[in-house]
Design a protein around this ligand. Sequence first.
Ligand code: ZN
Length: 501
Amino acid sequence: MKEKLDELYTLIAETNDLARAEAVLGWDQQAYMPAGGAAARAQQLATLSRLAHEKFTTERVGQLIDELTKATRDLPYDDDTVSTLRVLKRDYVKAVRLPSAFVAELAVASGLATTAWAQARAANDWQAFEPHLARMLELKQRQTEYMGYTARRYDALLDDYEPDMTTAQVTAIFDAVRHELVPLTQALSARADRVDDAAIYRAYDVERQWTLAHKALRAIGYDFARGRMDHVPHPFCTTFSNHDVRVTNRALPDFFNSCLFGALHEGGHALYEQGSPDRFERTALAGGTSLSVHESQSRLWENLVGRSRAFWQYFFPEFKKTFRKNAADLDAEKMYRAVNKVQPSLIRVEADEVTYSLHVMLRFEAENLLLENKLKVSELPAWWDEAMSSYLGITPPDVAQGALQDVHWSMGLYGYFPTYSLGTILSAQLFDHARAQLGDLDEQFARGEFTPLREWLTANIYQHGRKYTLNEIALRVTGEPLQTRSYISYLKKKYSELYGL
Ligand code: ZN
C-alpha cells in the first residue's frame, strides 16, 4: 500500500504543480502582461491545462484511488489519507465524465460568447447576444446529461462549485432570506435620507488609498512575507502555495469603498489560503474547500469586520492620518455610517450588504428557468425587469444594466452565482459562534485586535483545507447545517439601528 500511495501522491503533486504554474501565468496576465502577450499566453495556459487534465484522468489514477480507498476503509472519515482519497474520487469522477471533444466545444463556444457579450453589452443590444446564450445553454444542458442528476438539472452544475449542496436546499434558504430582505429593503429605502454617504465619494489620492489598504491587510493578519498586492482592473486572490498567496486590487480616485473593502475581501480569501497547513501542500486537500466557504471568509472580513462600528473606532485614526485635508470634518461614526448606506441599485457588483443577495436570487431563478426550458432566451430581459421591480423596486433603463451585466453566462458559469450568497449567509452563522466563544469581539476590534478571530477561524476552518464540505463545516463548527437565522438577525439589528426603524 505504501508504494501505491507514493505513486498516487507523486502524480497528484505534479498535477498540482501544473495547476499552480497555470495560476502564476493567469495572475501575470491580469496584473503585468502587455497586451501583445495575449495570444501566446492563451496557448501556454491551454497547454498547461491540457497536461494537468491528461495527467489526472488516466485509468491508473482511477485504479489507485479505488484500491487505496478499499485498503483504508477501516480508518476514520477525517483521517488525512481517507479524506484525500474521498476528495480525489470526487474530482476524478467529475474530470472523466466530460468527453474531451465536449470540453473543447464548450471552450470554443464560451470564447465566442464572451467576445459577443462584451460587444453586445457595449452596444446595449440583447439580440446580438441571444444566439450565444442559447448555444451556451444547450451545451450546459448537455453537460448535465454527462454529469448525471436525480432531482433537478441544476444540481449537476451547482455541484461543480458547491459539492454536497442541492438546488432544493438553496431554494429553501433563498426563499427564507427573500421573505425578510424584500420588506427590509423597502423599509430602508423609505428612510434613505437617514444615512449620508457623501464622504465616500470625495477625491481620495489613489497612492494613499493603496497605503491604507496595506495597513488594513496587515491589521487582519495577512502575511506580506507570503504574499503581495498588485493593481488589476477586476480584483481577485490567487494561490501558488500556502506560502505565496497574492491579492490584487484597484483604487478609484473618487470612490473610497473600492480599494479598502476590496483589500479586506480579497484579504479574507487570502487568510484562508495562507492558513492551509503545510502538510496538505501539493495534495488534493490544499487550499479552501468550496466557493461558498471561501466567500464566507472574504465577506466575513470585508463586512462583519470591516463594516463594523468597532473596526472604524480602531481604523479611523489611520484613515485620518492618511487623508488629513479630506478627512478634517469626518469622524469614526460618520465613516461607519457612510460605508453602510443601503440603496437598491441596478448592478450586482455595486450592491450593498442588504440588497446584494436579492441580485443573486434573481440569477439563480433565471438559470433554473432557462435550463429547464421554462423561460426562452428572448423573454429573459422582460422577466429580469419584472423581477428587479418586485425584489428591489427599481427597473433597469436598458438591458446593459439589466440582463446583460454579468460575464458569467457567456463563460459557462452556471450554478456559480448562488455561492456568493451562500457564503455570505454562512459568514454570519460562523461569526455568531466565534462571538460566543471569543467574548466581546467589538471590544477586541476597537483595540485593533484581530488575532483571536483569525486563530479561531484557522482552528475551525483554515486548518482543514478541502477536507470537509460546506454542510460538514457548518455542522462541525456550529452544531447545525447552514441556517438563515444568524444572517437575517445580523442585518435586521445592524440596519434597524443605523436607519432608526
Ligand atoms: Zn470573493
